[in-house]
Ligand binder design. Structure first.
Ligand SMILES: [Zn+2]
Ligand SMILES: [Zn+2]
Length: 233
C-alpha cells in the first residue's frame, strides 16, 4: 500500500517523542537526570539504538557511557512534547470520551498533528488552559496560558459578571465537568465567537452569532468572555 512510508515515518516520530517523554517523566518523578539506556523502554522492548542516536544527533540527548541525559535544547523539546501529549489526553478524555485505556494511544498519535501552527494554542484555549492531564500530571504552561492569565485581570470575566446588553467575545470555557463542556461546545459556544448577554434573570439569556441561549448560573460562570468595552467600576 502507498501509505506505508508515511506510517513508518509517523512511527519513527512517535518513538522519538516517546523517548523524550520518558526522560521528562523520570525527571519529573524523581529528579533523575541521567537514565540508563536499558531503562528507556518503548512499547514492547528496550529502545532501539537508532532512535537514541537520532536524538543525540539532533542535540537533544547527551550520552555518557550507558547513561542518557536531556541537553538544554532537549529539555525544551521534551517540555513541548509533553505539553502536546497531555493536552491531547485532556482533549480525548474530556471532549471525546475516549476510555482511559485507549487514551494513551490516540494521544500519542494526535500530539503530532498538534504541531500544526496555532492548533496547540486553540486546543489549550478550548479546554480552558488546563493545568493537569487526566492522570493528574502537570501540563507545562504555554504562552496562551500566560496571556489568558493577564487578560483575566484586565477584561476576561465569567459571563455571569457581564451587565445586561453587554457584548464581548468568548475567550474560553472553563469547567472541570466534561459533560458541561461538551454541552456548551455542541451549542456552538466556542472561543472567538461574539456574544451578547441579553438578560440576567431568571436565567442568563445570551446570543452567540444568530443563536439565542438560556443557561443557569453555573453554566454562565463557566463561559469566560473578553469584554469589548471594559468598565472600570
Ligand atoms: Zn497524562
Ligand atoms: Zn494555554
Amino acid at each position: 500500500m502507498g501509505g506505508i512510508s508515511v506510517e513508518l515515518s509517523n512511527f519513527a516520530e512517535e518513538i522519538l517523542d516517546e523517548i523524550l517523554e520518558i526522560l521528562w517523566t523520570k525527571l519529573e518523578e524523581g529528579g533523575q537526570e541521567s537514565v540508563p539506556r536499558t531503562d528507556i523502554v518503548v512499547g514492547q522492548g528496550p529502545v532501539d539504538e537508532e532512535a537514541v542516536a537520532i536524538l543525540a544527533d539532533k542535540g537533544f540527548l547527551s550520552i555518557t557511557d550507558d547513561l542518557v541525559q536531556l541537553t538544554d535544547t532537549g529539555f525544551e523539546e521534551a517540555r513541548r512534547t509533553i505539553r502536546r501529549h497531555r493536552l491531547s489526553e485532556r482533549l480525548f478524555y474530556d471532549i471525546f470520551d475516549v476510555a482511559a485505556e485507549e487514551m494513551e494511544e490516540v494521544a500519542c498519535r494526535f500530539e503530532h498533528i498538534m504541531i500544526k501552527p496555532g492548533l496547540e494554542e486553540k486546543i489549550c484555549a478550548l479546554l480552558g488552559h488546563p493545568r493537569l492531564c487526566p492522570h493528574g500530571r502537570p501540563i507545562p504552561v504555554g504562552d496562551c496560558c500566560h496571556r489568558a492569565e493577564t487578560q483575566i485581570d484586565q477584561k476576561v470575566v465569567p459571563m455571569s459578571d457581564l451587565r445586561q446588553d453587554e457584548a464581548g467575545v468568548i475567550a474560553y470555557v472553563s469547567t472541570g465537568d466534561s459533560d458541561k463542556l461538551k454541552k456548551l461546545m455542541a451549542m456552538g459556544i466556542l472561543p472567538g465567537e461574539p456574544v451578547t448577554l441579553q438578560r440576567r434573570y431568571p436565567s442568563f439569556v445570551f446570543t452567540v452569532g444568530r443563536s439565542r441561549f438560556a443557561v443557569d448560573q453555573g453554566m454562565a460562570e463557566a463561559i469566560y468572555v473578553r469584554r469589548s468595552d471594559p468598565v472600570s467600576s
